[in-house]
Design a protein around this ligand. Structure first.
Ligand SMILES: NC(=O)c1ccc[n+]([C@@H]2O[C@H](COP(=O)([O-])OP(=O)(O)OC[C@H]3O[C@@H](n4cnc5c(N)ncnc54)[C@H](OP(=O)(O)O)[C@@H]3O)[C@@H](O)[C@H]2O)c1
Length: 309
């Protein structure tokens, strides 16, 4: 089968289309004929070695998959050959969606709703699971609560706004001015331009915050959360943030997204209802994976990129 393989860490051009053996599904695994592979920032962070691969090199990056079950391994009862599914390969240790076929645990996947196409399905898993695990599982966001979503036009953020609205929360969001209308259209009550407004000047009583940034943005976000509230960080913690959280009585949680059958089923239900939709900037053939990385890294995209084998 064809796969995008890297033998070193480096820039986009190290991504090479290569013929590799077809993977066999192990116990509890399915093999998916990949119809679409979603692209996420962690893909290029692994490609360039910012985050080294758990299993070393050579490696095929990519965690988001949508496609058709092609073969089931021993013990799989929830899917059969021909089922259309979408999901996230186990993060961080089992990437490999930039390929014609990928294998993963059956329960990393959910049935793809018939109402969405493969590109839409592949754009959702990692970013939507992150938002779901942050807002539903970690913050326990409830009807009537107020949540701060930082980076609300981004891959995670734009799905988080939709999930927060589905959970009944009022959303205060940050985005650049050009994206404000888009973020409002997703249901945010207020959108502040992060380039001109420090969020703690305009918000101090959020029940929860979702923060995919470090530094001053994360510190300001802590000041925007009420005592007893929770901040979910997508980029770990540092001493300064933990100290401030302690002083302010804000619970600080560092999330690392996980494969999650229950989460994927919730995401599938929301997508089927039309309550959750990924904005897709472009679909590109798998052979242009390097170009997808360049576009994503340059920050020139508006929505998600999806590769089609
Ligand atoms: N821990 C985990 O499990 C996990 C999971 C998913 C993602 N992440 C991480 O979370 C980060 C975001 O991921 P993503 O897919 O959402 O990225 P993305 O699609 O690149 O989105 C980032 C968004 O944030 C905006 N932005 C940049 N600086 C900002 C600031 N200071 N304040 C508010 N908004 C700002 C950008 O707007 P402009 O383009 O207008 O500047 C962009 O819309 C990445 O670093 C990713 O690796 C972690």
């Amino acid at each position: 089968m064809r796969a995008i393989v890297q033998h070193t860490y480096g820039g986009p051009d190290i991504l090479t289309e290569t013929e590799v053996p077809l993977p066999e599904p192990g116990v509890g695994e399915v093999r998916i004929r990949v119809a679409a592979a979603g692209v996420n920032p962690t893909d290029w962070k692994h490609r360039d070695g910012t985050i080294p691969y758990d299993h070393g090199l050579p490696a095929t990056t990519g965690w988001d998959v949508a496609g058709t079950v092609d073969k089931t391994g021993p013990g799989v009862t929830i899917f059969e050959e021909g089922d259309e599914v979408f999901g996230m390969l186990p993060y961080p240790y089992a990437p490999g969606s930039y390929a014609e076929f990928a294998t993963g645990p059956a329960r990393a996947f959910a049935a793809k709703p018939g109402t969405i196409d493969f590109a839409q399905a592949a754009a959702l898993p990692l970013a939507a699971l992150t938002a779901w695990q942050a807002l539903h599982d970690t913050a326990g966001l409830r009807d009537g609560q107020r949540v701060l979503i930082q980076g609300a036009a981004g891959g995670v953020g734009h799905l988080a706004v939709q999930i927060a609205r589905h959970l009944g929360a009022e959303v205060t969001a940050t985005a650049s001015a050009a994206d404000a209308d888009f973020v409002r259209s997703l249901g945010a009550a207020q959108v502040f331009d992060y380039r001109t407004t420090s969020i703690s000047d305009v918000l101090s009583d959020a029940d929860a915050a979702l923060v995919p940034f470090t530094g001053q943005t994360r510190l300001d976000s802590l000041r925007a959360v009420r005592r007893g509230g929770v901040l979910v960080s997508l980029l770990g913690a540092d001493e300064e943030a933990l100290t401030l959280a302690g002083e302010r009585g804000v619970r600080y949680r560092s999330l690392m997204v996980q494969s999650d059958h229950a989460g994927m089923r919730a995401i599938a239900d929301l997508a089927a209802e039309g309550a959750l939709r990924a904005k897709i900037h472009a679909t590109l053939p798998l052979s242009r994976a390097a170009e997808a990385h360049r576009l994503g890294e340059d920050g020139q995209i508006d929505g998600k990129l999806v590769l089609l084998p």
